[in-house]
Design a protein. Structure first.
Length: 130
């Protein structure tokens, strides 16, 4: 009896392990994908809020040159800052919509801008849900 018990238990263990492995792999993959989506969304919202505040009105002694050169530089700086902000808002909206299979974000994603108040609320909500 003992000579058959060890191989039979080994086969049962191998069968159970082989049956559970695909399910466990799928569960772990789903959790990893969910966690990565949350991390991307949190990072994107924080990045968008950081780009909201950009350099504006750099003093002339930093740039050098005459008043026209300084004004042209500051104008380009404002334009680049607004471009970065709009791009970051777009990326944040995309990252929040990619959470849809896992979590429903309570913000209107049809608008191009996420306000600072909404961003703070979203960050608290996402950190809690992650």
């Amino acid at each position: 009896m003992n000579t058959w018990l060890t191989p039979v238990l080994g086969l049962v263990g191998a069968f159970v392990g082989a049956s559970l492995a695909p399910w466990l792999t799928a569960q772990l993959g789903w959790k990893r994908t969910r966690r990565e989506a949350f991390n991307r969304a949190i990072s994107a919202v924080r990045t968008a809020q950081a780009t909201r505040h950009f350099a504006n009105g750099v003093p002339a002694h930093y740039i050098g040159g005459d008043a026209a050169t300084v004004e042209a530089y500051n104008q380009r700086l404002r334009e680049r800052g607004v471009d970065r902000f709009v791009d970051a808002m777009h990326e944040a909206t995309l990252a929040l919509t990619s959470l849809e299979p896992f979590y429903k974000v309570t913000v209107n994603l049809d608008q191009w801008e996420i306000t600072e108040v909404d961003a703070d609320r979203i960050l608290v909500e996402l950190l809690r849900a992650r």
